[in-house]
Design a protein around this ligand. Structure first.
Ligand code: CAA
Length: 389
């Protein structure tokens, strides 16, 4: 069920949702557990997602994208994540953290050069903001970009980069003027084949194990000045604007995880018997089902609403930070709640690797952490509500 009375879906929305569902069921479902176990990157299925247009859903067709709206992106991502959240995060980063920023802040030449290969699915994109000593407090980064003639020389260490081990292009944030703090940060697009671009160790992770995460190290990495996005000093605002879009992607990912964990639990509650009746007939289970379902539908409303708010902002130019943060906060906490209850309802079978329930549980956790922890989302929401920023 992903149609709500207040969000009637168009034929186009239904078409992309069904195409994503079909692809995920046929191509990803058979390999999801194997790649989760091995931690190997599922390049073939990621490439197929690109061929089907899932890597640049909102990008204009002239840059290799599918030219659809944010709700289409959310619906497709939700379907992919119902089957495998690891494929989902690669899709989310390509669409929002990478392509969206270049579309919004790039020159015409940058859009042609840097969006087209990613949106058309031929290459993989990444976004690199975090550093070992700069996570939630993103403005305190130490990496330096120094302008020398018509080039920048990049030096520093970045961490927790989704798709870092496989990306062909990365949007990177570095200090160009440390004396200005946040206002001294600039954004660049870096091609991964540049000398001095070094991929660090791949992170072993609890969940989304088939997605590849690593450090990126820059050692005198020279890039042309025309690879800078926006003006010098615009980097922090670009990073934050892009994260607003990214957070809608993570809300959709969390919604997908919650839905699949819920559906498995609902079915199990009607089939598994104890003390002479289906376990769903006991209030201890039935009330869990009620709370899971209610929270999922509330998460869906917030997530689809954030998608519509982003769509509106394309015309108005206004921000949708509040809607994106509320969707990300509620949806990720719903995913964690639902996955936790799903393990409990399945009991021993929920803990076993014979079923994917334990994978949903492991995958759900990251949605409360990356692209801004739940604490950061609460900061964004409360500051906006209290007029503190
Ligand atoms: N859009 C546009 N501008 C924004 C903005 C937004 N969403 N948020 C802040 N700004 C602007 C502010 O208006 C302000 O501008 P002025 O100076 O002109 O007034 C400026 O940016 C500084 O804003 P703040 O004073 O609010 O900045 P802050 O230091 O207090 O931090 C924060 C704000 C919300 C906590 C921010 O640091 C933040 O979001 N931190 C979390 C970072 C994060 O999500 N990291 C995850 C990285 S990606 C990842 O997870 C890996 C991956 O690969 C998936």
């Amino acid at each position: 069920m992903n149609e709500l009375a207040i969000f009637p879906l168009s034929d186009e929305h239904k078409m992309i949702r069904d195409a994503a569902r079909d692809f995920a069921q046929k191509e990803i479902a058979p390999i999801a557990a194997e790649f989760d176990e091995s931690g190997e990157f599922p390049l073939k299925t990621v490439q197929k997602m690109g061929e089907l247009g899932f890597m640049g859903i909102e990008m204009p067709e002239q840059y290799g994208g599918a030219g659809m709206d944010t709700l289409a992106y959310v619906l497709a991502l939700e379907e992919i994540c119902k089957v495998d959240a690891a494929h989902g995060v690669v899709m989310s980063v390509n669409n929002s953290l990478y392509c969206h920023g270049i579309l919004k802040f790039g020159t015409e030449e940058q859009k042609q050069k840097f969006i087209t290969p990613i949106a058309s699915g031929k290459s993989i994109g990444a976004y690199s903001l975090t550093e070992p000593m700069s996570g939630s407090d993103a403005g305190t980064m130490r990496s330096r970009a120094v302008c020398e003639g018509n080039e920048y020389v990049l030096n520093g260490r970045k961490s927790w980069v989704t798709s870092g081990p496989v990306a062909d292009f990365v949007v990177v944030f570095m200090m160009t003027d440390p004396s200005k703090k946040q206002k001294g940060i600039s954004a660049f697009v870096v091609e991964a084949n540049r000398p001095g671009f070094i991929r660090g160790k791949k992170e072993p992770k609890l969940g989304i194990r088939a997605s590849a995460t690593s450090e990126l190290i820059f050692e005198n990495c020279r890039i042309p000045a025309e690879n800078r996005l926006g003006q010098e000093g615009d980097g922090f605002k670009i990073a934050m604007t892009v994260l607003d879009a990214g957070r809608i992607g993570i809300a959709s990912q969390a919604l997908g995880i919650a839905e699949v964990a819920y559906e498995a639990s609902r079915q199990y509650a009607t089939q598994r018997e104890a003390f002479g009746q289906p376990i769903g007939a006991f209030q201890g289970t039935g009330f869990k089902i009620a709370d899971m379902k209610t929270r999922i539908e509330a998460a869906r409303l917030l997530t689809y609403n954030a998608a519509l708010a982003k769509e509106k902002s394309k015309q108005s130019g206004g921000r949708y930070s509040l809607e994106a943060s509320m969707a990300k906060l509620f949806s990720s906490e719903t995913a964690m709640y639902v996955a936790h209850q799903a393990v409990q309802i399945h009991a021993g079978m929920g803990y076993s690797k014979e079923l994917p329930i334990e994978r949903y549980f492991r995958d759900a956790k990251i949605t409360e952490i990356y692209e801004g922890t739940s604490e950061i989302q609460r900061m964004v929401i409360s500051r906006a509500e209290l007029g503190l920023k």
